[in-house]
Design a protein around this ligand. Sequence first.
Ligand code: MN
Length: 129
Amino acid sequence: MRSTICLVEDNPDNRLLVHALLDDDYTVLEYADGASALAGLKVVRPDLVLLDISLPEMDGTEVLARIRQDADVQRLPVIALTAHAMAGDRARLLALGFDDYITKPISDETLLLGAIARCLDAAHAASHG
Ligand code: MN
C-alpha cells in the first residue's frame, strides 16, 4: 500500500522539489509551518514526517517535541531536513528524537529515498512486534 508522507517546509521551492522526488512512490501532504502540520497530523495520519528545522514561529525541534509528547502521533518516524551549515549537528538531532536527517540542498535523491525507506521499514517492524 502507498505510504503517506507529511512534508513540513516553509520554502515553496523546496516543497516543490521534495514533492516531485516523492510523488511517484508516496502520497505527499504539504504544510508550510509547524502549527498547521501539527493540526493536520491529527486529521490525516501520515506514515512518516519530513520536518524542516528552520521554520518560522515554531522551529522543527519544537514541532518534533510536540509530536513526541502526543500519544496519538509520538511513534511516527520523523526525518529532519537541515541546511548544510547544520550538518554537524547529527548527534544533537538524533538525541532530540529524530529518526534520521537529510541535508539541503538535496543533491542526491537516493539519500532521501533511502532514509525514508529505512524509517518506514523500522516503523513497520516495530508495530508488528
Ligand atoms: Mn525553512
